[in-house]
Design a protein around this ligand. Structure first.
Ligand code: SF4
Ligand code: SF4
Length: 478
């Protein structure tokens, strides 16, 4: 087992992250001019084809300030979102395993200098208890989260947790996809995660701007920019074909961060034949022992945040965009139309936070969520906005991952599966977990979305499977 100091020595051996060209990105940001009305119309005509945009095009969109131009940008993002994703919104929940951490990230309550935080790691029994609670909430897809600590949270423990999660059931409830968000590691350890059957390996870059990265990560193994930024290369080499990127908005200029995210994605595409599977867009939230006035030097307003989501949707139409409960409910609902395709619901950011008694949460939490609605409330709101909740995990279980997934996604073929799978998995939720007040709204949603399946044969087969679910079968997917 490594000590934290040995990890730092190991991490210094990293390849350079030269695919993030700091000077070039900064000069793109500094030189980008707001496009004229006619330039924007041309750009939007191209974006509407859902083939993505170049870095220069994205730089000019990031410079848009004029309200009428923003309206056109948002309208185009809505069209592309609808074209690629239809009405489905995928649900997931985070599961925090351990808040021990040897790093010193200035924005996170788990930082090693936080003496007030109650440190805790779940035992495997506690993991099973938490999973059963999550299953009773209807969840099928988890994102496992843990601080970095080679002694208190080694990889073998994470592997045991993954096995525990997949083998823990509660009535009809089971977790069908475990995504993993743990510290950057080696190719060998990524290989073990892949072999354990993880879905997406998620690692937020936090900031791509090297001086800012070094300022907010003053010590610990994560302090080495190159090691952290090249993590996805090692993950890909270890067999993790689905990787999730993310930036913590508020640390540095959002325009630089968006361009760098796209440069990172392009690097993965060029080197491994597949870009990132998802992009997360967290904004910094208040957290215990975190002085936001020192950390947030580039606050991102809600208007800027809407623009970021819309531009990412146009730039990488086939990449899932994930929104957590960091945002307030009304804004979360609004962002569904602009590009968000996955949301968490009723999240706890504490270790053991899904206990019935919630007070443990604030003593162990990473940050404070702004959306504290129950799963039923979130689902009702998704349905009321005209969307279709989905608990689908079919691609990963059908082997449609990595490059194979992206080929299907870019051809638009994946859509064929998404809509019926969303209907079937939401029906399971209605049968097993929903209160009567949600059942009516949910059934109306399903009836409407069923008629929206263009292929008659597939529509009829979906109806047949809905009957099978009513008769007690579960886990039916295409
Ligand atoms: Fe540790 Fe991650 Fe928090 Fe940094 S962000 S202090 S690495 S848990
Ligand atoms: Fe996601 Fe695949 Fe299910 Fe579509 S069919 S929702 S892409 S897992």
């Amino acid at each position: 087992m490594f000590t934290a100091q040995q990890l730092i020595e190991r991490n210094k051996q990293s390849q350079p992250a030269d695919f993030i060209d700091q000077a070039q990105l900064q000069s793109l940001v500094d030189s980008a001019a707001e496009p004229s009305a006619s330039q924007l119309e041309k750009l939007m005509a191209k974006a509407e084809k859902a083939k993505g945009l170049s870095t220069e095009e994205v730089a000019s969109l990031l410079a848009v300030e004029d309200p009428d131009k923003l309206d056109l940008l948002f309208a185009t993002a809505r069209k592309v979102k609808e074209k690629i994703y239809g009405k489905r919104i995928v649900l997931f929940a985070p599961l925090y395993l351990s808040n021990y951490c040897v790093n010193s990230c200035a924005y996170c309550a788990f930082h090693r200098g936080n003496k007030r935080l109650q440190r805790k790691r779940l035992s495997l029994d506690e993991v099973a208890q938490q999973v059963k609670i999550l299953e009773r909430m209807g969840h099928k897809r988890l994102a496992v989260e843990a601080g970095e600590d080679p002694e208190n949270c080694p990889l073998d423990y994470v592997l045991d947790v993954i096995q525990t999660i997949y083998s823990t059931t509660d009535g009809n409830g089971s977790i069908r996809r475990v995504n993993v968000n743990i510290a950057a590691t080696t190719v060998e350890e990524y290989r073990k995660l892949h072999e354990a059957g993880i879905g997406t390996y998620i690692l937020f870059q936090e900031t791509y701007h090297r001086p800012t990265y070094e300022r907010v990560h003053p010590a610990g193994p994560k302090s080495l920019y190159d090691w952290h930024t090249t993590a996805m290369d090692r993950a890909m080499e270890g067999g993790c074909g689905d990787v999730g990127l993310g930036v913590l908005f508020g640390l540095y200029d959002y325009r630089f961060e968006v361009l760098a995210l796209l440069a990172h994605n392009q690097h993965l595409e060029e080197k491994y034949g597949v870009g990132c599977h998802t992009i997360s867009v967290p904004r910094i939230r208040p957290a215990q022992s975190v002085d936001l006035s020192r950390v947030v030097r580039y606050p991102v307003s809600e208007d800027e945040f809407r623009k970021i989501v819309a531009i990412l949707r146009l730039a990488v139409p086939y990449t899932g965009l994930i929104l957590s409960t960091r945002e307030r409910p009304a804004l979360r609902d609004e962002l569904l139309s602009l590009g968000i395709s996955q949301v968490s619901a009723a999240s706890s950011t504490g270790v053991g936070g899904y206990e019935e008694k919630k007070e443990a949460e604030c003593e162990t939490a990473q940050f404070l969520p702004d959306d504290t609605r129950s799963v039923d409330q979130v689902l009702a709101s998704i349905c009321s906005e005209g969307y279709l909740p989905s608990y689908c995990t079919a691609c990963y279980r059908q082997g449609r991952t990595g490059e194979h997934f992206m080929d299907l996604a870019k051809d638009g073929e994946i859509q064929t599966f998404c809509q019926p799978n969303a209907i079937l998995t939401f029906k399971e939720y209605l049968l097993d977990y929903a209160p009567p007040s949600l059942v009516e709204l949910g059934e109306e949603t399903i009836a409407r979305q069923l008629e929206g399946i263009p292929n008659q044969q597939l529509r009829e087969e979906t109806k047949r499977r809905l009957l099978q679910l009513e008769q007690g079968e579960r886990d039916l997917f295409f």
